[in-house]
Ligand binder design. Structure first.
Ligand SMILES: C[S@@+](CC[C@H](N)C(=O)[O-])C[C@H]1O[C@@H](n2cnc3c(N)ncnc32)[C@H](O)[C@@H]1O
Length: 228
């Protein structure tokens, strides 16, 4: 599969998308970054990952679902040089922008995967291979008829638990209060996780996206759930 292949539905991919298939037009800078750095830092769809083999010396192995434009992804990777990160995203301009940041910051501890995170986790990630999963500002799908598109669903939790190490965790942040409540309800229904709302951790930088929400008066909720 070419490195420029965009997401296409196939029988083994979820038919309900948790992401918006927005215009995938990249700026020239993003395209240049894609050409130069995807072969070094990128992992194509339908490709298994082996986190420990990729980062043999990493203290912790962390996957971020939905890196967007990658501002916080890059800063967190920069601030945690001993950890190894996998950023998962389908929005190609975002992947291009993040590749440019990886180059600017000289990061060596971050790989990008162009894939639906649900497919990557279920099919292409070894069991108990991740210390943590980050999910920052997942699309909130606020209309009731779209709630089924939210990535946090009952059937995602067994997959998360299977891919995390025992005692591993998922850290979620959202600025959409009804989604924060939804997330708590989903996790409380599951025997696989324990946790709840936490204080905003200092390591999580404020992205442009989060700043926009804050300016609109949105309250940001951080949640952390550990596998039991
Ligand atoms: C609202 S944006 C937030 C981006 C970023 N985390 C931030 O805080 O700025 C949500 C992102 O998640 C991505 N996304 C949604 N569902 C996804 C999935 N199943 N796999 C990978 N990425 C996904 C979308 O493409 C989008 O870029």
């Amino acid at each position: 599969m070419s490195k420029f292949t965009s997401y296409t539905a196939s029988p083994d991919r979820p038919s309900i998308h948790s992401f918006k298939l927005r215009g995938a037009r990249m700026t020239l800078a993003q395209e240049k970054a894609m050409n130069a750095f995807w072969p070094v830092f990128g992992i194509n769809p339908d490709t298994p990952i082996d986190p420990r083999a990729t980062f043999p010396d990493a203290k912790r192995l962390i996957m971020e679902i939905g890196t967007g434009m990658g501002e916080s992804t890059a800063l967190i990777a920069r601030d945690h040089p001993d950890d190894g990160f996998f950023g998962v995203e389908l929005h190609r301009p975002g992947l291009g922008a993040l590749l440019a940041r990886i180059n600017e910051l000289g990061l060596t501890n971050l790989r990008l995967v162009e894939e639906d995170a649900r497919v990557l986790l279920a099919k292409y990630t070894p069991d108990h291979s991740l210390d943590a999963i980050h999910l920052y500002f997942p699309d909130p799908w606020p209309k009731t008829k779209h709630n089924k598109r939210r990535i946090v669903q009952d059937d995602l939790l067994p997959v998360l638990a299977q891919k995390l190490v025992p005692g591993g965790y998922i850290h979620i942040a959202t600025d959409w209060l009804p989604y924060a409540i939804w997330i708590q309800e989903v996790f409380e229904r599951s025997p696989l996780f324990t946790g709840g709302v936490i204080e905003r951790p200092e390591f999580r930088p404020i992205t442009k996206f989060e700043g926009q929400g804050l300016r609109k008066g949105h309250v940001v909720t951080d949640l952390k759930y550990f596998t039991r």
